[in-house]
Design a protein around this ligand. Structure first.
Ligand SMILES: NC(=O)c1ccc[n+]([C@@H]2O[C@H](COP(=O)([O-])OP(=O)(O)OC[C@H]3O[C@@H](n4cnc5c(N)ncnc54)[C@H](O)[C@@H]3O)[C@@H](O)[C@H]2O)c1
Length: 322
């Protein structure tokens, strides 16, 4: 089966593509390799993927609809993960989010609409859509109408655009609300990665609200299992649009994260305290019952296990990068 993966040089896209290739699927990978973070890391992920015969890569911007149409023919499933990620970056760079997450998402929807024989569009949403006022654990039935960042607003808008396209054109779609994904080959802009780097280099790290903020940290292998489970359980009805949380169902504090990092890196963190930025929620936690019912999704990795695996990879990456 041919599966098109957008954002394939990104953290989640890379791991999902590896897993799909490992089970014999053909993967068309798309990424614009933009410099939001270290392009060398994106290229290093790609270098692993191009070793597979079933992999073809196209460097393009998903918002370039003509280019996207040119490479998407013959696709059966789209896994759309390309986006401008990050909550805080949207404060200084709002238009990057409109381009990648609004125009880009629409461009992928238009591709899905025009590819004959497409059976399922799976796309990335985010836990940040829950915003202010959603009860914990976050349930897919919450209204999610108080975004706390432009990033969250664009992800919620993606869900709305997808709902409209399913209604109008009969597309089968599944949106996945990812919760703080971490692990090897992760994103340098995320806290766990930046903390590891700073702790090793003896630089201070900033903790908001004394490290009491809690996140539903979800290990990458559990995320990949969930994404493949969704691919293997497509909607049966024409025009169905589903939304699922995909998290660990266990909120842990940022202080806990720092403690595991300190133990693994054998260094004490130098901590600077700061108030919580308005874009950051106090706590996130996913109700994953719906995804578990559909696919048997059952995340297995806690921070105490996942962070050490990240650290092993990170040390190796630092050594190779020089
Ligand atoms: N990692 C997380 O914790 C997390 C949490 C919630 C949601 N998400 C969502 O999951 C998806 C994957 O996230 P990730 O952590 O792998 O991020 P990532 O930044 O590592 O991957 C995204 C990839 O998309 C590419 N990209 C961005 N804009 C593009 C464009 N216009 N055209 C083509 N390629 C483009 C980037 O170059 C990057 O390689 C994103 O949609 C993100 O918003 C991630």
């Amino acid at each position: 089966m041919t599966i098109l993966v957008t954002g394939v040089a990104g953290f989640i896209g890379y791991h999902v593509a590896e897993a799909l290739l490992a089970r014999g699927e053909t993967v068309i990978g798309i990424d614009d390799l933009n410099p939001y973070y270290d392009v060398g890391l994106k290229r290093a992920r790609l270098a692993h993927l191009v070793r597979h015969d079933g992999f073809a890569f196209h460097a393009l911007d998903i918002a370039d609809h003509a280019a996207l149409l040119g490479v998407g023919a013959g696709t059966k499933i789209i896994v759309h993960l390309a986006a401008q990620a990050g909550v805080r970056y949207s404060i200084d760079n709002p238009f990057a989010y409109a381009a990648a997450n609004l125009t880009g998402h629409l461009s992928v929807l238009e591709l899905a609409r025009h590819v004959p024989g497409l059976t399922h569009l799976v796309y990335a949403s985010s836990s940040s859509v829950y915003g202010a006022g959603s009860a914990l654990p976050y349930s897919e039935s919450a209204r999610a109408d108080h975004p706390q960042s432009l990033y969250a607003a664009t992800k919620r808008a993606d869900e709305m655009m997808s709902a409209a396209y399913s209604h109008l054109y009969g597309l089968r779609q599944t949106g996945l609300r990812f919760f703080t994904v971490y692990g090897p080959w992760g994103r340098p802009d995320m806290a766990y990665f930046g903390f590891a780097e700073a702790i090793i280099e003896g630089r201070p790290i900033t903790l908001y609200d004394g490290g009491r903020l809690k996140r539903d940290f979800t290990y990458i292998d559990d995320i990949v299992a969930g994404v493949l489970g969704v691919i293997d359980h497509p909607p049966t009805e024409i025009g169905a649009h589903r939304l699922f949380n995909i998290g660990n169902n266990c909120a842990e504090s940022v202080s806990d994260l720092v403690a595991v990092l300190e133990a693994e890196l054998n260094h004490k963190a130098i901590i600077v305290n700061a108030p919580r930025p308005a874009a950051d929620p106090v706590e996130t936690c996913a109700d994953i019952a719906a995804l578990a019912r559909l696919t048997g999704f059952s995340p297995k990795t806690q921070l105490s296990e996942g962070v050490p695996r990240f650290v092993v990879w990170y040390r190796d990456w630092r050594a190779k990068r020089g």
